[in-house]
Design a protein around this ligand. Structure first.
Ligand code: ADP
Ligand code: MG
Length: 702
């Protein structure tokens, strides 16, 4: 029973016990031996290199120096506050060492003629470096040998540290654990896979990730563990996809008929872009296949996703089916309703709108028409998924701005149907490739990577707060030309009150600068009643107000082609994707549009990079990639609920290559053995079960 020992409760490990065991469970989710084994260091400190004091730079997170310690002094009169010493290296350069406690213990610890290894994080006072609370040990052959490796760093917390479970403490537990479980670590990949990809075996990888033999072995160990992690996610997803397509039947949309053709030839006033044509073809072939379509449509704001959605719904109608389009907010649903009824004018198509504010009488009428099949396209909000909404023959569901809808919500739309409708999810949030592969690995992905011709790219400029008057002047000028303007303030939960005050102050200063009767200013924020919000939004949409002061509630979808300027206040506080989303609210009309990023003078390096990225590109995919490089995948829109944060060692912003191998390998294997029945793949199906039995399949749309 080799697996059992790995399941031993963690408190039974020598050196743990009940109290520390409790902490490990609570703070680190480590319940058994196996959990500890897979708790990987988040980085390593290279203890093989020694530096000279004169070589220390600002960028070094840690340094290790050999030298002699002298001039130990206590500072502060009555209450000693600080102890310092001087480290002198072989060149005679001097570095101050500082302690703020533990004086008694330190006293007399360092001997004059002895050479020490000093290790720590360099700090700076004035322009002189120092090290506070360094680790110090005498130079002995043994010490040098012990330090000549990559030292693992585990994440820990205050509570754990107070119980001796700092990074070193955890490392010590692993030193105890490894020999105990050594013989019981089962290999998780078939031999043939390991051989083909020249992957280290699992046991060796686990040993090396915790106690690296050398740099090279560490790199191979990490690659192996990353591969494991990414491979099983892909294998799981691709298997689900396969199962779905072999089990779930889908409506067949045999022909393209009058609805589509009339629209295409009579109502469509422009030529489709190549990208739009490509996507329509992809959808065509999905809906002909006899399988249910689950397709994600990515396209930057303004790339023309709505037309694609409309054509898709028309094809459904041509084949006798109803269609619906779901939007995350009432404003958006309204806008879709208006633009789609416009587009379909004169084609004798029954389109209706259903939202929370639809009155009882029309609601009843809609319900009747839905059931007798005379309603063709229903557009709406969450109201569409209420139990009372029953379609006669729903064939196509389009979901706009997907990240605002939960998975469970989507599923409610068609549980009541026997054959599930085809699903097209549209999102304007470009997702980096690696993330898309992982988040939506079981969906088919279409991308509209081309904007309709004749668009004037939005010009983005950066202004410091001190240039506000100039920006006001520019705004006045644009309003004179008939344009409308958004001014957006950040709203960040921790300091909501302060943020709201910023917004109010900003609003007042704008009202003072742009007074009635020449100007009218709207304000919208999340704390307003939704009716009031709606009312203010509509005033702006209708052009009754020229300036809309808002928080990020306007981020998604709102379409006012006449709005040509987006001023973003405290732009340094927004993430890149959010800035890009906000910017997408302008640039929808024929006029030159502008995005003005207002910031303070002091900017962090990351903030500078964000601002610089925004001013230099309009490409949503470039922005999404940069965002992920800066923040890691965890903070990107929509990933929170996704389980991607559970990755233990792989990093989607760095491991694209490994991910591609992993996905390709999973594809190859399933191609030959779709149900993983062959003996050599037994280990795969066993591990799949073990890993994913308890997990919700969040990315599965139906
Ligand atoms: P989004 O992808 O942001 O949902 P929309 O579908 O709302 O974009 O399209 C934005 C604007 O571009 C709309 O006014 C639409 O009519 C127009 N549009 C879409 N496709 C084309 C095209 N091929 N040529 C010209 N204009 C187009
Ligand atoms: Mg849209």
């Amino acid at each position: 029973m080799s697996a059992d020992i790995l399941k031993t409760p963690i408190e039974y490990l020598k050196g743990v016990g009940p109290q520390r065991g409790e902490l490990l469970k609570k703070e680190m989710n480590i319940f058994c031996f196996e959990d500890l084994l897979h708790c990987y260091p988040f980085r390593y400190i290279d203890r093989s290199r020694f530096y000279l004091i004169n070589d220390i730079t600002d960028e070094m997170p840690y340094v290790q120096i050999k030298g002699y310690i002298s001039d130990i002094q206590l500072h502060g009169q009555k209450r000693t506050t600080r102890m310092t010493a001087i480290l002198t290296d072989e060149q005679g350069a001097r570095l101050e060492l500082i302690w703020f406690n533990g004086f008694k213990w330190l006293k007399g610890k360092f001997l004059p003629g002895t050479e020490y290894i000093v290790f720590g994080r360099p700090g700076k006072f004035g322009n002189k470096f120092n090290i506070a609370h360094p680790e110090i040990e005498p130079v002995t052959p043994d010490a040098i040998h012990q330090q000549s490796v990559m030292q693992p760093v585990y994440s820990s917390g205050e509570k754990l540290k107070s119980r001796g479970l700092d990074s070193k403490g955890i490392s010590k537990l692993l030193r105890t654990l490894l020999p105990v479980v050594e013989k019981h670590i089962p290999e998780t990949l078939p031999d043939y896979v390991r051989r083909e990809l020249r992957l280290m075996d699992l046991k060796q990888a686990l040993f090396n990730v915790h106690f690296p033999e050398d740099n090279h072995s560490l790199a191979r160990a990490r690659a192996r563990l990353k591969f494991d992690e990414l491979f099983y996610i892909q294998l799981n997803m691709l298997r689900l996809k396969h199962q779905r397509s072999s089990e779930a039947r889908g409506h067949v949309f045999k022909s393209v008929g009058d609805y589509f053709n009339n629209f295409y030839h009579k109502n469509l006033s422009f030529e489709l872009t190549g990208a739009q044509k490509k996507v329509v073809k992809e959808i065509r072939s999905d809906t002909l296949s006899g399988k249910q379509m689950n397709r994600l449509l990515q396209g930057d704001v303004g790339s023309g996703k709505t037309i694609v959605a409309v054509m898709t719904m028309l094809i459904a109608m041509d084949n006798g089916f109803q269609a619906c389009l779901m939007a995350p907010t009432e404003v958006l649903a309204n806008q879709h309703y208006e633009s789609i009824t416009n587009m379909l004018e004169g084609l004798n198509i029954n389109v209706r709108l259903l939202t929370g504010s639809t009155k009882r009488a029309p609601r009843k009428e809609i319900a009747e028409m839905l059931q007798d099949g005379s309603l063709h396209i229903l557009i709406g909000t969450h109201a569409l998924i209420e139990d009372t909404v029953i379609f006669n023959n729903l064939g196509m569901v389009v979901i706009d701005e997907q990240h605002r809808f939960g998975v469970a919500q989507r599923a409610r739309l068609w549980k009541k149907n026997i054959t599930p409708p085809h699903v097209l999810v549209m999102t304007a949030t470009p997702i980096p490739r690696t993330l898309a592969m992982t988040l939506y690995g079981d969906l088919d992905v279409s991308v509209i990577d081309e904007l309709p011709p004749g668009r004037k790219p939005i010009k983005t400029i950066h202004q410091y707060d001190s240039n506000r008057l100039k920006v006001f002047g520019f705004m006045r000028d644009q309003i004179k030309q008939g344009r409308q303007i958004y001014v957006v303030y950040p709203l960040i939960q921790e300091s909501e009150k302060l943020d709201l005050k910023d917004l109010q102050d900003g609003y007042e200063s704008i009202v003072r600068t742009f007074p009635l009767p020449d100007y009218a200013v709207s304000i919208v924020h999340g704390k307003m009643k939704s009716q009031d919000k709606e009312y203010e939004m509509q005033r702006f949409v209708k052009g009754e107000t020229q300036i809309m002061v808002a928080t990020t509630v306007i981020e998604v979808g709102i379409n006012v082609p006449n709005a040509s300027v987006m001023v973003i206040e405290s732009a340094e506080r927004f993430g890149l994707s959010q800035l890009h989303q906000l910017r997408g609210r302008v640039g929808r009309g024929a006029d030159q549009s502008w995005c003005v990023l207002m910031t303070g003078v002091k900017l962090s390096n990351d903030a500078k990079k964000r601002i610089q990225t925004m001013t230099s590109t309009n490409d949503g995919f470039v922005i999404a990639e940069t965002d992920m490089q800066l923040r890691g995948p965890g903070d990107i829109h929509g990933t929170q609920q996704s389980g991607i944060l559970d990755l233990r060692i792989a990093d989607l912003s760095k491991d694209e290559k490994i991910l591609k191998y992993a996905r390709q390998k999973a594809l190859d294997i399933l191609d030959k053995d779709p149900d993983l029945r062959q003996a050599e793949n037994y280990v795969l199906s066993k591990n799949l079960q073990k890993l994913f039995r308890h997990k919700i399949v969040w990315s599965k749309i139906s």
